[in-house]
Write a new protein. Structure first.
Length: 443
């Protein structure tokens, strides 16, 4: 059922060392050994097709309400792009797998023509060469395919983060990275510069003796392992203890103890702000219970599904321009015009008001840091003005006691400190410093 292939690689580095690498590979000649294997793949393809229909239906909905061009613009959000990336990537995996098993089938047919009693299995040298070429091609494609499917779980993880975005407590991580993204990016530029410099230095120090630092890519990986605390000190100090001491201590102090803690501080600072904005948001289990109770009441006929209620209240909910045209909704309106029962109508409007208040509170809490910064700036400006005013009055008193022997201009009639204060206040660089009253908060 399997064909074992062994590759032996010899690597000659710049220091004259020869490194040997043995890499075995297995080709499964019968990928589907039982009906269970077929069932799993068919079930996954059906789930993928169901996801495609959902996304396509949503896209058609945008086209109908907003038109093809404007609808596509509004539809192509990050979350929808993640869904379509997952769908297209899964289709690429299916196509690659279909081509791969076709080539395995051709190889199996070629093996059936061989004779184990003949040296090399094939008497014809051309067929033997064709066999080796097919084996090499399939082994390479198998490696590419395993790399391809290894990236697919990350697409699934991205869709999981999309689902978590609707729950305030689950979206703490994603919103923290979103707020800290700019700071992390600029920190990453400095960090990667320092990290690459240390990796390049490691190549020059140990590249000719240690296979782990033989080239820049291996050196980057080995340097990262050293940053995590995994290293072999005996191999490092073979090049010389002074060089190893200087490189190792400098790397650990600068990268491990300083820069990584700076990154942690950046993330925790933003996490604190995001967590403060969550407030008393609903927990995951309370939302699950609410969804279960709502589904049960819809099944019993006590409630109308929320999707249906939204469509009745606003048939073109995707068009935000007609929101101002919607009339005020009362309990009597929901009961009389839309057929909701009184209990659901009261519950629906109450929950809508609470959600609106909660969103307003989250927005206010998110701007607390900015407001505090503005207040602090205004306080500092006021302190500077008061100090300048007091210094001006003191200088004016001493200026009056001096004799006036020469003509002076209106500006010269002011004490030096007051003249400097007026020039400072009228300077374009200090516009709005003080103009009789403080600017409004947030100006």
């Amino acid at each position: 059922d399997s064909l074992v292939v062994t590759h032996i690689w010899f690597v000659l580095n710049t220091g004259g060392h020869i490194h040997k690498k043995i890499e075995p590979a297995i080709i499964r000649l019968h990928p589907y050994r039982s009906l269970a294997s077929y069932f799993v793949d068919i079930f996954w393809v059906l789930l993928l097709f169901e996801r495609f229909l959902e996304e396509f239906y949503e896209l058609v909905k945008y086209w109908r309400q907003l038109g093809p061009r404007h609808g596509c613009i509004q539809y192509l959000t990050i979350s929808n792009c993640v869904d379509w990336t997952s769908i297209l990537y899964a289709n690429a995996i299916i196509i690659f797998w279909a081509v791969h098993i076709t080539k395995i089938s051709n190889l199996r047919q070629l093996l059936d023509t061989g004779d184990v009693t003949v040296p090399g299995t094939f008497a014809d040298h051309g067929i033997l060469e064709e066999f080796h070429n097919k084996v090499d091609e399939i082994v390479y494609e198998d490696h590419v395919f395993r790399t391809l499917i290894a990236a697919y779980p990350f697409c699934t993880m991205a869709r999981f983060f999309k689902a978590c975005s609707s729950q305030p407590r689950l979206s703490l991580v994603t919103r923290t990275f979103a707020k800290a993204g700019t700071s992390i990016f600029h920190f990453g530029v400095v960090f990667m510069t320092v990290f690459i410099v240390f990796a390049a230095s490691a190549v020059l120090l140990w590249g000719e003796e240690n296979v782990d630092f033989a080239n820049p890519m291996r050196a980057l990986h080995s340097t990262f392992l050293i940053m995590l605390g995994e290293f072999d000190w005996e191999k490092l100090h073979e090049i010389g203890r002074p060089q190893a001491y200087i490189w190792f201590w400098t790397f650990n102090w600068l990268v491990n103890l300083i820069m990584l803690n700076m990154l942690l501080a950046i993330i925790l600072d933003q996490y604190g702000e995001v967590k403060a904005g969550v407030g008393n948001a609903a927990t995951l289990w309370s939302q699950c219970d609410e969804i279960f109770q709502r589904k049960r009441k819809v099944y019993r006929g006590e409630f109308v599904a929320l999707r249906k209620v939204l469509h009745m209240l606003d048939p073109t909910e995707l068009d935000e321009e007609d929101d101002d045209l919607n009339p005020t909704i009362w309990v009597e309106t929901l009961i009389g015009e839309y057929g909701l029962k009184e209990k659901q109508a009261v519950h629906l409007l109450t929950e809508a008001k609470e959600m609106h208040d909660q969103e307003a509170m989250i927005e206010d809490n998110a701007n607390v840091a900015q407001k505090l910064h503005v207040i602090n700036t205004k306080v500092v400006q006021m302190h500077r003005f008061v100090e300048a005013k007091l210094q001006g009055n003191t200088a004016a008193g001493s200026y009056k006691d001096q004799p006036q022997n020469q003509e002076s201009t209106p500006e010269d009639s002011l004490p030096p400190s007051q003249t400097d204060l007026v020039a400072h206040a009228e300077s374009p660089d200090n516009e709005g410093f003080y103009q009789g009253e403080l600017p409004p908060l947030g100006a």
